[in-house]
Design a protein around this ligand. Structure first.
Ligand SMILES: Cc1ncc(COP(=O)(O)O)c(C=O)c1O
Length: 395
C-alpha cells in the first residue's frame, strides 16, 4: 500500500481552472491548430526598459544577497509614496508595508498571519479562485458571497448579512475585479466599509489592478474610507501595472500588528523576495509613469474591440460594462449548454481559448471570461472566431 503523499486538506484546494483550459489549448496546438489565447491573465508587453536596466545595474553592483524580510527600505519608501499618490493613504514604510512575491504571496501570508482555525471569510463569487484556496490553506472557512450582476458586480450586502456567523472575521473585496472587470464606485465601497465597520470585519482589499481603469472611472481603496485604514489590509502588486508578472513583486499595506505577524510567516516561506527584482521595482515606482499610461491606453483599445465583438455576436451579452483590469465577463444564452461545454465548443470549433465562469465559483455559471491581454489583432480575430463558432450552435 503506497504511503499517501498529500495531506487530506489538499483535496479541497482546486487546481486553477485557467491551467486546465491552457492545457487543453496546448494539446490542440500540438496537433497543429492555431489557438487564440483569451484565457491568459498576464499582459503581453515587455517590462519597460528603464526597469530592466535598474535590475541589471543592481546585479552588476553585487546586489545578490538576502534583503530584510520586509523588503529593502528604498522599496518600502517608494511603495509608501506611490500609495499616497494613487490611493491617498499614508502608510509608515517602517512598520506598515511589507514587500511580497507578488500580490499572490501578499494574500497567502496575510491570511496565514490573520486567521485562527475555523474563522470564516466572505469571498466574492465569482472571484479569483485563490481567495478561496488561501483562506482554506490558512485553516479558515471561505464563505461564497454573491455579487449583484446588474449593480456592477458589487457584493450583495443583504446576502452577506444572512451569511454572517459569530465566526465571520473578514471580507475580501477586489476592485477592479477579476473575472468581471468591474470597478466599484466610491459609494459602493463606502457602503461595504459601513457594513464592515458595523460588523467588526476586516476588509482584505485585492488591488492588483488598481491602475488599470478605463473611461472616467476612478480607483478607490476601502482603506481610504473614514476610519477604515485600521481594519483594512491591502494586497498590492506591480505585476500587471508594469508588466512585471515574472518578477514577483507585490506588497501588503496594513496595520502594524498584521505586518508584525506576517513577517513571521515570510521568515518561514521565502525569507525575503528577490533582491535585484526589488531594485527594478523601485525604478518602476519612482520612474516615468508614461509606460503605464501607454499600456492602459492599449488595453482600452482592446477592451473596446472585445465589447464590439460581443455586441456583434448573437448569444453573447455583457450585463455590466467592464471598466477595469483586462477582463470581460460575457454572459451567454445557449440552451442546453453550460459555460464549460461552451468554452470547449469555442476551443474545438473556433480555436479560441476562454475560461468558463464556473472556474471562478458556482455563480460564474452562464459566463465566459475573455482576457484581452493579447495583441489587438488577436483580439479582433478571436472575436470573429467566437462569432463563427457561436453561429454553428442552434438557439
Ligand atoms: C485578482 C488577482 N489578485 C492577485 C493576483 C496575483 O498576481 P501577482 O501575484 O502576480 O501580483 C492576480 C493574478 O492574476 C489576480 O487576478
Amino acid at each position: 500500500m503506497p504511503i499517501p503523499m498529500a495531506a487530506k486538506g489538499m483535496a479541497d484546494i482546486p487546481f486553477a481552472g485557467i491551467r486546465k483550459v491552457f492545457e487543453k489549448a496546448a494539446r490542440l496546438e500540438k496537433k497543429g491548430q492555431q489557438v487564440i489565447h483569451f484565457e491568459i491573465g498576464r499582459p503581453d508587453f515587455d517590462t519597460p526598459a528603464h526597469i530592466k536596466a535598474a535590475c541589471v545595474a543592481a546585479l552588476d553592483e553585487g546586489m545578490v544577497h538576502y534583503t530584510p524580510n520586509l523588503g529593502i527600505p528604498a522599496l518600502r519608501e517608494a511603495l509608501a509614496e506611490s500609495i499616497q499618490q494613487h490611493k491617498g493613504i499614508r502608510y509608515d514604510p517602517e512598520v506598515e508595508i511589507m514587500a511580497t512575491a507578488g500580490g499572490q504571496e501578499a494574500m497567502y501570508i496575510s491570511l496565514q498571519a490573520f486567521l485562527n482555525p475555523g474563522d470564516e471569510v466572505l469571498v466574492p463569487d465569482p472571484g479569483y479562485t485563490q481567495f478561496y484556496s488561501c483562506v482554506k490553506l490558512a485553516g479558515g472557512v471561505p464563505v461564497a458571497l454573491p455579487l449583484l450582476t446588474h449593480e456592477n458586480f458589487a457584493p450583495d450586502l443583504s446576502a452577506a448579512r444572512e451569511l454572517l456567523t459569530d465566526r465571520t472575521r473578514a471580507l475580501i473585496v477586489n476592485s477592479p475585479h477579476n473575472p468581471t472587470g468591474a470597478v466599484l464606485t466610491v459609494e459602493q465601497l463606502e457602503e461595504i466599509c459601513r457594513f464592515a465597520a458595523e460588523k467588526d470585519l476586516v476588509i482584505f482589499s485585492d488591488e492588483a489592478y488598481d491602475r488599470m481603469i478605463y473611461e472616467d472611472d476612478k480607483f478607490f481603496s476601502p482603506a481610504a474610507c473614514k476610519d477604515m485604514k485600521n481594519q483594512t489590509v491591502i494586497w498590492g502588486s506591480l505585476s500587471k501595472t508594469y508588466s512585471m508578472t515574472g518578477w514577483r513583486v507585490g506588497y501588503i499595506a496594513a496595520p502594524k500588528d498584521l505586518i508584525a505577524a506576517a513577517i513571521k510567516v515570510q521568515q518561514n516561506v521565502i525569507l525575503s523576495i528577490c533582491s535585484f527584482a526589488q531594485a527594478g521595482a523601485v525604478a518602476a515606482l519612482k520612474g516615468d509613469q508614461a509606460c503605464v499610461t501607454r499600456m492602459v491606453d492599449e488595453f482600452d483599445r482592446r477592451r473596446r474591440t472585445i465589447l464590439q465583438g460581443i455586441e456583434n455576436t448573437p448569444g453573447l451579452t455583457c450585463p455590466a460594462a467592464p471598466k477595469g483590469a483586462f477582463y470581460v465577463f460575457a454572459k451567454h444564452d445557449v440552451p442546453g449548454m453550460n459555460a464549460s461545454e461552451l468554452a470547449d465548443h469555442l476551443l474545438e470549433k473556433g480555436g479560441v481559448a476562454v475560461v468558463p465562469g464556473t472556474s471562478f465559483g458556482t455563480r460564474g455559471e452562464g459566463y465566459l471570461r475573455i482576457s484581452y491581454a493579447i495583441s489587438s489583432e488577436n483580439c479582433r480575430e478571436g472575436m470573429e472566431r467566437i462569432a463563427y463558432a457561436m453561429s454553428l450552435l442552434s438557439r
